[in-house]
Design a protein around this ligand. Structure first.
Ligand SMILES: NC(=O)c1ccc[n+]([C@@H]2O[C@H](COP(=O)([O-])OP(=O)(O)OC[C@H]3O[C@@H](n4cnc5c(N)ncnc54)[C@H](O)[C@@H]3O)[C@@H](O)[C@H]2O)c1
Length: 260
């Protein structure tokens, strides 16, 4: 069996010429790969993260001149941060065409030890963020007559996942439902909203033991974790002009773990 663990470079298969994107959680992992993909396609990219230094590093790597890439401090728990980010991108480049809600957070606390506060925190980061951003950016995009919103959810939000905790799974399920809600709410305005539901991604390996990695690999029918360039390519499709007929879809990217 082929076991690829490399990442292909962003190749800009989709054109993002004259498009401006905001990516949350863009400081590393999937968000970083998505930022590279959109930028490689000719788009301007605002790389946002709660970790501003990570976002700055990615933005500098995209364009040291700052002309086509910028870094923004954005905690997805904060409505004020989303409003400020929308203004910052619009002030700089005229408008926001693409929003990729990628920032996410998983905790694997034993079920009986999850506090109400921890439950709320996970829901705020993974689900309420989708509501707040869609509420804000849908108005902005509707006024412009164009928009693409892509929500990075999870297999855990579809079937409970392989190693997910209850708050993570529930929050990602909510994000999938919000995707459907906002897709219908905005249908016909030029703004589309879609989701991707990934199974295990390479980025998770750092948080897993050797045994857990081997177990996941043996469970995934194609025998490996997803590479970030693969999810970046799918995100680019949904975020592109040519992705306009996807409305409220959830793309399964799980290597065959869950077929529906
Ligand atoms: N890694 C996996 O196996 C996997 C599987 C399914 C779904 N996902 C989802 O894919 C997305 C990306 O995952 P990843 O593996 O690249 O994650 P990661 O942990 O490598 O990166 C997440 C980024 O989000 C940022 N972030 C965390 N909390 C934030 C907040 N409150 N506000 C703004 N930014 C915040 C982090 O600083 C980090 O840069 C997440 O939504 C995750 O839930 C991941």
């Amino acid at each position: 069996m082929m076991t690829e663990s490399f990442s292909l470079p962003a190749n800009g298969s989709f054109s993002f010429k004259d498009r401006n994107a905001l990516v949350t959680g863009g400081g590393r992992g999937v968000g970083e790969a998505v930022a590279h993909e959109i930028h490689a396609g000719g788009g301007c990219v605002a790389v946002s993260d709660v970790d501003i230094e990570a976002a700055q590093q990615v933005a500098r790597a995209l364009d040291p001149s700052g002309e086509t890439a910028m870094a923004l401090a954005l905690d997805v728990r904060s409505k004020a941060d989303f409003l400020a980010a929308c203004d910052a991108v619009a002030d700089n480049w005229g408008r926001v065409d693409i929003l990729v809600n990628n920032a996410g957070y998983a905790k694997r606390t034993p079920t009986q030890e999850i506090s109400p506060e921890e439950f709320d925190e996970i829901v705020q980061i993974n689900m309420r963020s989708v509501f707040l951003s869609c509420q804000i950016f849908s108005e902005h995009m509707r006024e412009n007559g164009y928009g693409r919103i892509v929500n990075i959810t999870s297999l855990a939000g579809q079937n409970g996942g392989t190693v997910a905790s209850p708050h993570y799974a529930a929050s990602k399920a909510g994000a999938i439902m919000l995707t459907k809600y906002f897709a219908r709410y905005l249908a016909g305005t030029g703004v589309t909203v879609n989701a991707i539901a990934p199974g295990p991604i390479d980025t998770a390996k750092a948080r897993l033991s050797e045994e857990q990695i081997a177990r996941v690999e043996s469970e995934v029918p194609i025998g490996r974790f997803m590479r970030v360039d693969e999810i970046a390519a799918a995100t680019a499709l949904l975020a592109s002009d040519r992705g306009g007929f996807f409305v409220g879809a959830t793309l399964d990217m799980n290597g065959g773990l869950y077929l529906r």
